[in-house]
Design a protein around this ligand. Structure first.
Ligand SMILES: Nc1ncnc2c1ncn2[C@@H]1O[C@H](COP(=O)(O)OP(=O)(O)O)[C@@H](O)[C@H]1O
Ligand SMILES: [Mg+2]
Length: 405
């Protein structure tokens, strides 16, 4: 048994072994090389975007890319990186200083900020703090671009490229739009690689904010069978279950559908069992069944959490909003229906069908593909149908006339 002091990571924490994503990683590295070598020419890097449903591995891929990139030697030195969340960009001055610091130009950056915010704002009396708080987006955009321009001129020799990695980019707001746009527009001649990760609708959010020059997104799907086996096998070994037979390994892989967040859930259940019943416990079919049941519970819980995260106007209840769709699935027995049909089914006062379906897709409760929608995974669909029946029973019980007596 491996060292029992190794703590199994929480649901959003990185697993020890990272599997697959070779094509995506190669594309990211190639983009970075392009930024590092062509930045002095006319080339301007566009925004590189990683999108996908919640838990598919966007944050993890960004983090692994940053780790790999910053250990490369490009032109004799290692690229640098700064990681931010979209919600942190609403303060452009603070964003700029973190970027300048990461590039190794902290002092110059601070001096530039002092000067350029007042120059760019056109008002010598406007302090840096005021400039950073102003809601005048044009002026802020101008100021941020000017600061980035100044940074480009003073770019430190020891920094061949800087990755500015921004997570949860679907949360970008009008306040952060100026920073996002300037990250590639204001950085001509400056080897900055803006990298974003966000849910599937991030591209629509960006274009709604007027952020242009976004490269076609890298859209992540589940891991394929080979990578799923690797992710499960290697991590099981690391967390204490070496030499798990192919049977149990395949059972876990099939149950996970290759979805990283679910792989995480099954691994956690397996490691917990092994710490109680020993490293070979998965050979016992009963233990394996229990592990899969526990892992399954974690997946349903996960989707329930996604339902809670949905935000319908007036605080309407997402489960109730999706009831007509659930009822349709229960009756018709199909797995996917046209998105238009789903919207019209759910268009029942006070619910807005379009909003319900779009929100459900945005939060990964529903998966959308080729104009069709389905519940994220089949077992969640079954769970929703079960809940609907429970709910129907409680509604009809409430309608029963009270017992007299
Ligand atoms: N390629 C992978 N190999 C192994 N584990 C992965 C991989 N991608 C993601 N994970 C794990 O799956 C979980 C969810 O990944 P995360 O990046 O947080 O998803 P997202 O950001 O898309 O919501 C994390 O525990 C992460 O370590
Ligand atoms: Mg994430």
């Amino acid at each position: 048994m491996a060292d029992p002091r190794i703590i199994f990571p929480g649901p959003r924490q990185p697993l020890h072994h990272f599997a697959g994503r070779h094509v995506e990683m190669a594309r990211l590295i190639e983009t970075l090389r392009g930024v590092a070598t062509r930045a002095r020419g006319a080339h301007r890097a566009g925004f590189t975007l990683i999108t996908g449903t919640p838990g598919v591995g966007k944050t993890e891929l960004s983090a692994r890319f940053v780790a790999k990139a910053t250990s490369l030697a490009l032109g004799g030195a290692a690229p640098k990186a700064v990681s931010l969340k979209a919600s942190e960009l609403s303060n452009p001055l603070d964003s700029f200083l973190r970027i300048a610091d990461a590039a190794g130009a902290g002092e110059a950056g601070r001096a530039t900020a002092e000067m350029d915010t007042s120059i760019a704002s056109g008002s010598a009396s406007l302090s840096v703090a005021e400039a950073s708080m102003t809601r005048d987006r044009k002026r802020v955009a101008h100021g941020f671009a000017a600061m980035m321009g100044a940074l480009a001129r003073a770019w430190p020799k020891g920094c061949p490229a800087l990755i500015v990695s921004i997570d949860e980019l679907q949360n970008a707001t009008a306040e952060s739009a100026a920073v996002l746009q300037s990250l590639h527009e204001g950085t001509e001649g400056c080897p900055v690689m803006p990298l974003g990760a966000g849910l599937q609708h991030t591209l629509a959010v960006l274009s709604g904010l007027g952020v242009s020059r976004v490269a076609p997104p890298i859209t992540l799907g589940p891991l394929d069978a080979h990578d799923t086996h690797e992710a499960i096998g290697e991590n099981l070994a690391y967390y204490g279950l070496e030499d798990v037979d192919d049977g149990p390994l395949s059972a876990l892989a099939d149950a996970s559908f290759g979805y990283p967040a679910h792989i995480h859930g099954y691994l956690e259940a397996a490691v917990k069992a092994a710490r109680q019943a020993g490293p070979h416990c998965l050979d016992d079919p009963r233990v394996l069944r229990n592990v899969i049941r526990d892992g399954h519970g974690a997946r349903v819980e996960y989707y329930e959490g996604r339902l809670d995260a949905m935000h319908l106007d007036g605080g309407l209840e997402p489960r109730e909003a999706l009831m007509p769709l659930t009822a349709h699935f229960a009756k018709a027995g199909d797995r996917a229906i046209p998105q238009e049909l789903a919207m019209s089914l759910c268009d029942r006062k006070p619910y807005d069908g379009q909003q319900t379906i779009q929100q459900a897709i945005a939060h990964g409760v529903l998966a959308a593909k080729d104009g069709m929608v389905s519940f994220g995974i089949p077992s969640f669909r079954a769970h929703m149908i079960g809940r609907m029946r429970e709910w129907e029973r409680s509604v009809s019980a409430a309608k029963e006339p009270p017992l007299s007596g």
